[in-house]
Design a protein around this ligand. Structure first.
Ligand code: AMP
Length: 192
């Protein structure tokens, strides 16, 4: 099974992707996590991506498409993948279709997290506080200014993907403002 979770930053996609990963034996692939690993590893790619990510803009389609296309070939992706934070542009969505078609596969469902943007700012404040309380480092793009830009980028570059999936009947909307377990139930009902 190949799923996409899509929605603005902080909508809860990663949380749900991790739950679904356990439940369905899928592999969560977060391009954000993969890029942060490149930064942590001090690679050339990481160095290139850092400033773009810190500003809340998108890294190039080519970089993320290459990362995903080699990653989905790994054995831990054999049962399927939950794409989290990818695709983020129409070009990435088209590249993903081609990649999967080459393997004789296709996207099974696209789950859109519908959320109230102002509530996301509150969620971000909570997330930062929880991270600090847990003694962990706060992500360098986790601040209000960058979040506002990431929301703008989402509206401008990522939301235009939605009609692309709607036209093929793959798009399902869920209310991302519900408590975590309710969101999980809503997704499971869609995947039945
Ligand atoms: P995320 O963890 O998904 O919120 O991603 C954090 C940052 O990584 C984003 O704000 C972008 O700068 C970059 N990023 C992650 N995924 C993508 C993608 N599919 N395309 C372009 N940039 C991405």
């Amino acid at each position: 099974m190949y799923l996409i979770v899509i929605g603005p930053p902080g909508a809860g996609k990663g949380t749900q992707a991790k739950i679904l990963e356990q439940e369905y034996g899928l592999k969560q692939l977060s391009t954000g996590d993969m890029l942060r690993a490149e930064i942590a590893g001090g690679t050339e790619l990481g160095k290139k991506a850092k400033a773009v990510m810190d500003a809340g803009n998108l890294v190039s389609d080519e970089i993320v498409v290459d990362m995903i296309s080699s990653r989905i070939e790994q054995p831990d992706c054999a049962k399927g993948v939950i794409f989290d934070g990818f695709p983020r542009t129409v070009d990435q969505a088209e590249a993903l279709d081609v990649m999967l078609a080459d393997k004789g596969k296709k996207i099974d469902a696209v789950i859109e997290f519908v959320v109230d943007e102002e509530a996301l700012v509150d969620r971000l404040r909570n997330r930062i506080q929880q991270t600090i309380d847990a003694g962990q480092p706060v992500r360098s793009d986790d601040n209000e200014e960058t979040l506002r830009n990431r929301l703008k980028v989402y509206r401008g570059q990522t939301a235009p993907i939605l009609p692309y999936y709607e036209s093929t009947g793959l798009l399902k909307k869920i209310d991302g403002m519900l408590p975590i377990d309710h969101v999980t139930q809503a997704i499971k009902a869609i995947l039945k």
